[in-house]
Design a binder for this molecule. Structure first.
Ligand code: AMX
Length: 436
């Protein structure tokens, strides 16, 4: 922990100096314009916030601290015998800007295990909810139930200095990430199984322990695919709905638990974290419609053309920012080709991969005809027996907690202020537009 704090402190000093310099010498430089369309349509592409941890490139996808996901998967430490990067190593990278050594990563995993105990009051709160409460609602409630233990909130009440914010925020960030798998696994066990949570195993890494607590598959490959999924989904810039929500709430100095509880409510939306669930439903439906025929490029081309002609959207294809196949998709595909090439659902995913981009391209209006990660993730979860679709966003949330918490720490480390963009009524916008 001392090493982690030292690294963040060092980088924070550099970044704070850079921020001060920009504000002193370049504060008036205009870096872009906002069109009427952008003002109405969600501020798409308007550069108006700072996020240190990751950056999304339309062609190469997300990079964590400048490293592409392929580089992350190659360079970050692995579990003994494992081939994919450990997600907590990605968390370290997001926090510090550095790839951890194996020893640093091991110590970090142990640090998370030490912080993993969830107060009984949190489980008691969850137990009061109706059993059919959506798992994402349960998760957000659990974050709020943990909020009374926020070190940031306590210290703030005692009159903490601004310079101390990030260090105390880091304490909460580590606690929160450490507890996420326990809470998430308990939600799974209570909602879909007998309510009994398999014993916590601190000998395993953070992701493998989460996988074993879900109790759906004891295959080592399920642990491996959980590591991969959690590493790939850890961060996605600051402007997406859940990260932006958490950032906005955090900018009011609401503590990390409040911020992530709010972010989770955004992640639960069908246009954001719920897309994964919609993709697997679509795949299963398509499988049914094919009625036992082996999925081929030709069959899927005809199937997709019919869907498009009826005005429907094909889930898992296209992206608001990406203009290429999502690297997260490609890394999941590599895993599937190696570990479950004969799975009928993978063969369907594969046929979609071969067929759908050409169909969408021919349609002529989609800006990116290629698959995004959600077109694949569900198949992998399904293959390893995690079949409850309305739980899938919770797995996403366990991963994304790392990026959002790293962003929270960094927002405090560089002293970002409360966020307050200007909004205008349409009448005012019309007047502004007519003046031009
Ligand atoms: N199937 C059919 N039509 C599609 C399409 C798809 N997969 N993707 C885009 N289009 C259509 C749009 O609906 C739009 O039509 P319109 O002009 O009639 O309104 C047109 O193509 C242009 O859209 P775009 O600029 O290419 O995409 P966008 O930025 O507006 O939307 C997205 C991006 C992801 C919402 C869209 O591609 C989509 O709905 N995809 C399917 C759902 C999906 O996979 N969601 C997960 C996204 C990944 C994530 O963030 N988790």
């Amino acid at each position: 922990l001392v090493a982690l704090k030292g690294k963040i402190a060092k980088l924070a000093k550099e970044k704070s100096a850079q921020k001060a310099d920009l504000l002193k010498n370049n504060a008036d430089v205009v870096i872009g314009e906002v069109s009427v369309e952008q003002c109405i349509n969600g501020g798409r592409s308007v550069k108006m916030m700072v996020t240190e941890t990751s950056d999304l490139d339309a062609n190469t996808g997300i990079s964590y601290r400048g490293k592409s996901l392929y580089e992350c998967n190659k360079e970050l430490p692995k579990a003994p015998g494992g081939e994919v990067a450990l997600p907590e190593a990605a968390f370290w990278l997001l926090l510090t800007g550095e790839v951890p050594t194996d020893a640093e990563c091991r110590a970090f995993t142990e640090e998370l295990h030490r912080r993993s105990a969830v107060p009984q009051s949190v489980f008691a709160t969850l137990a009061t909810l109706p059993k059919d409460t959506h798992p994402m609602t349960q998760l957000s409630v659990a974050m709020l139930a943990m909020q009374p233990d926020s070190k940031f909130a306590h210290k703030y009440d005692q009159g903490m200095k601004k310079g101390e914010y990030w260090e105390v925020a880091l304490e909460d960030a580590l606690d929160l990430v450490a507890k996420m798998p326990v809470v998430a696994a308990q939600i799974y066990r209570s909602t879909f199984k007998d309510g009994k949570l398999p014993a916590y195993n601190a000998k395993l890494d953070w992701a493998a322990n989460y996988a074993q607590m879900l109790g759906v598959n004891s295959d080592e490959k399920f642990k491996e695919v959980t590591r991969l999924y959690l590493m790939l989904h850890a961060d996605h810039e600051g402007g997406n709905v859940s990260a932006h929500t958490a950032h906005l709430v955090g900018s009011a100095l609401s503590d990390p638990y409040y911020a992530w509880a709010a972010g989770l409510c955004g992640l639960a939306g069908p246009l954001h974290g719920l897309a994964n669930q919609e993709c697997i439903s679509w795949l299963l439906e398509a499988q049914k419609d094919l009625g036992g025929q082996k999925p081929t490029k030709e069959l899927l081309t005809a199937y997709a053309e019919k869907m498009l002609a009826s005005g429907k959207v094909i889930p898992g294809f296209g992206h608001a920012v990406l203009r290429n196949t999502d690297p997260r998709y490609m890394l999941e595909r590599e895993f599937a080709l190696k570990n479950c090439p004969d799975d009928p659902l993978f063969q369907l995913v594969d046929a979609c991969y071969q067929a759908i981009p050409a169909v969408l391209e021919k349609g002529g209006k989609v800006k990116n005809p290629f698959p995004n990660v959600d077109a694949h993730s569900g198949q992998l979860m399904h293959f390893y027996n995690l079949k409850e679709q309305n739980y899938y966003t919770v797995v996403f949330a366990v991963s994304r907690a790392m990026g959002v918490m790293a962003q929270y720490v960094w927002a405090r480390a560089v002293g970002l202020p409360i966020e307050r963009p200007k909004s205008v009524p349409l009448d005012v916008l019309a007047k502004l537009a007519n003046k031009k």
